[in-house]
Write a protein that binds this ligand. Sequence first.
Ligand code: AMP
Ligand code: ZN
Length: 138
Amino acid sequence: MSAQECIFCKIASGQIPAVKIYEDEIVVAFLDIGPISDGHTLVLPRQHFEKVHNCPPELLGQIWTRLGKIANAVALATGADGYNVLCNNGRAAGQIVDHLHFHIVPRKAGDGVFAKWPSYKYGQGRAEAIAEKIIKFL
Ligand code: AMP
Ligand code: ZN
């Protein structure tokens, strides 16, 4: 998806509407059109990058500087007991819009959102073997 066709670029530039809660020269934040809880918010850089690893670290820092303040406001306004910050990267991870964005999902105790977290245990030596492979790419 090119930046010209990107729906989030269009929202950032004001070409198409969104319920915005914050914007400055670096980021835009607006309510997700398909929320999984009231106040579900998306925070994104104005500049178009697809995934976390495509985004310059300085810009990631600028996004995260703002994310905490926005997340706190979202949580306070919705009376949340907590919140998740999520970033889907790639189709397999659930990314639908190919413009880097962070979900802020306000949570209430016992709300059942993300109730199914399919965790399991590594077999003998497997964690170390996987870590060794990852380290080679760092
Ligand atoms: P992801 O699956 O991480 O790519 O998330 C994309 C999110 O963007 C979904 O939760 C959608 O509901 C949301 N979304 C898509 N189009 C719009 C829009 N026009 N305004 C607000 N949120 C949108
Ligand atoms: Zn974009």
